[in-house]
Design a protein around this ligand. Structure first.
Ligand code: NAD
Length: 505
């Protein structure tokens, strides 16, 4: 168990001030450049670390959503934002600086509300938001069109902003997912209405304030706190939202395709779940402890609540002794993780998001064990209060169990073994999900073999990764639909292509 030391206290002090600024005035909405109170039902904010009530905020009502979309539409039509790419690039770079300056506030808010390990937020999530904002500013500064001419005339093909973008976010990487959506959508010149997850809204509200300070015109970036069934569903059906970008679960993602068809045919971009594999090609893998430590990070970071979490470790090789060595290394790496206080500097793994998630994870493991699966590691001691599940490595999970089929979204990984590489490829490609996977293979020719056969959006080699802000992120098969986050590809999610043709008369 980790404990908080005095060196983490500044982060906590700064974070609490930011928290109070939102909670004390019940300021759960950022609309038209200012903080306002929701007119919907109350949402209680509960800390997953100890189960205490952080406070409550009034949700946005459907009427407030309609007003906010109207505010965004007016800002899109009237502010210089949509027309002035230089202004956007300048403001987004300024926002990147402000986000970095408030890394501690943001880390605290994501830590208290979503159980995010603060050191990870400060070192990874916040820099990722800043990097995304700067990349999007760079990209939009040179987002050139095409000039054409022929004997009949001349013209150009250009990209224009889509209009009003709705974004619906999950809770697992609150500020990072916000950055993945707002950086390209704002850079492209859109106005936005963001609905945070009801489990993690505070960092987005803080960042919206920073956006206004940075010079984002009033009404261009609005953040609403509200429920999925309430304003989330209403956004899907809204007739004045042009693009809906969503990161979350498959069933909710599917509902937006239906809502689009039933409303204004808004473009829908979906980043959905995953069930990533981590293949260890034992013939080309030398240092099992190093590999196992990487797998433990990939499987249990953010308590496994990550759509690219390594939920199946697939060892390829027929030597029993080496497999036994690898198995021990994986157990050791899992048992070495420090589970505890998200604000302590040495913590690796925090709590799971809420009681519902805890119940699901427990039920799936219990079912798998009843059907013959074996837990391999000794579970870490976890606090009595809050929603904690220890990192767990499990073997022999039957295919006909929930864990054998579904996305656990918790700190659990299965160990599997296959004698042939083709069988390992079939395991990955046979999944309905195709978001990401990893392979450890120290032979470059063999890496090419793996890469030419595995079909996922991101394949990490010799180290778990989701790529960088410059590489597109999104899934094949049922892990996604249409757009991509990150990289130049993300801009296109929020743009329309327009041709202007001038006749020679
Ligand atoms: P979720 O789908 O329950 O919720 C995501 C968002 O959708 C929340 O804002 C929620 O309020 C809203 N929502 C819920 N029900 C809704 C409804 N009926 N109509 C409209 N909106 C609704 O998902 P979650 O539990 O927040 O996140 C976990 C899921 O997200 C996992 O499946 C995970 O794999 C996926 N995820 C995917 C990625 C990716 O990039 N592919 C990243 C993170 C999480």
């Amino acid at each position: 168990m980790s404990t908080t030391t005095s060196s983490e206290n500044t982060l906590i002090d700064r974070g609490r001030t930011a928290l109070r600024a939102i909670i004390d005035g019940n300021l759960g909405q950022w609309i038209g450049g200012r903080a306002v109170t929701g007119t919907g039902d109350e949402i209680g904010l509960i800390s997953p670390s100890d189960g205490t009530v952080i406070g409550s905020l009034s949700a946005a009502s459907e009427q407030q959503l309609n007003e906010t979309v109207a505010v965004a539409r007016t800002a899109f039509n009237e502010a210089d934002w949509a027309k002035d790419a230089k202004l956007r690039a300048r403001v987004l770079r300024r926002l990147a600086d402000l986000v970095e300056a408030d890394a501690e506030e943001i880390a605290y808010l994501d830590g208290i509300e979503a159980g995010k390990v603060a050191v990870g937020s400060v070192e990874e999530d916040v820099p990722d938001v800043a990097a995304n904002l700067r990349l999007s500013a760079d990209l939009i500064s040179r987002d050139d069109g095409r000039f054409l001419q022929n004997p009949d005339g001349w013209g150009w093909v250009t990209k224009v902003p889509s209009g009003v973008v709705g974004a619906i976010l999950p809770w697992n990487y609150p500020v990072a997912m916000l950055g993945w959506k707002i950086a390209p959508a704002l850079a492209a010149g859109n106005a936005m209405v963001v609905k945070t997850s009801e489990d993690s809204t505070l960092s987005a509200l803080h960042l919206a304030k920073l956006a206004t300070e940075a010079g984002v015109p009033d009404g261009i970036l609005n953040v609403l706190t509200g429920t999925g069934a309430g304003i989330g569903a209403a956004m899907g059906l809204h007739n004045d939202i042009d693009v809906l970008t969503f990161t979350g679960s498959g069933p909710v993602g599917r509902s937006f395709l239906e809502s689009s068809a039933r409303s204004n045919l808004k473009k829908v971009s979906l980043e959905l779940g995953g069930r990533a594999g981590y293949i260890v090609d034992s013939e080309h893998a030398t240092d099992f402890p190093t590999i196992a430590a990487d797998i433990a990070g990939a499987a249990f970071g953010t308590s496994g609540q990550n759509c690219t979490a390594a939920s199946r470790v697939i060892y390829v090789g027929d030597d029993d002794e080496r497999f036994a060595e690898f198995r021990t290394a994986l157990i050791d790496a899992t048992e070495a993780l420090i589970v505890g206080d998200p604000f302590a500097a040495d913590t690796d793994v925090g709590p799971v998001i809420n009681a519902r998630a805890h119940e699901r994870i427990t039920a799936w493991i219990d079912e798998a064990v009843e059907k013959g699966a074996r837990i391999l590691n000794t579970g870490a001691d976890v606090p009595d209060t809050g929603t904690w599940y220890p990192p767990t490595v499990i073997e022999g999970v039957p295919d006909d169990s929930e864990l054998g089929r579904g996305e656990i979204f918790g700190p659990v990984t299965q160990l599997l073994r296959r004698n042939s590489r083709d069988d390992a490829v079939d395991l990955i490609n046979g999944e309905p999900y195709g978001l990401a996977s990893s392979v450890w293979c120290e032979d470059i020719a063999q890496v090419r073999w793996w890469a030419s056969r595995i079909r996922v959006g991101t394949l990490a080699v010799n180290g778990y990764s989701e790529g960088t802000e410059a590489t597109p992120f999104g899934g094949m098969r049922q892990s996604g639909f249409w757009g991509r986050d990150n990289g130049p590809e993300a801009l296109g999610t929020y743009q329309e292509t327009m041709t202007v043709w001038v006749a020679d008369t």
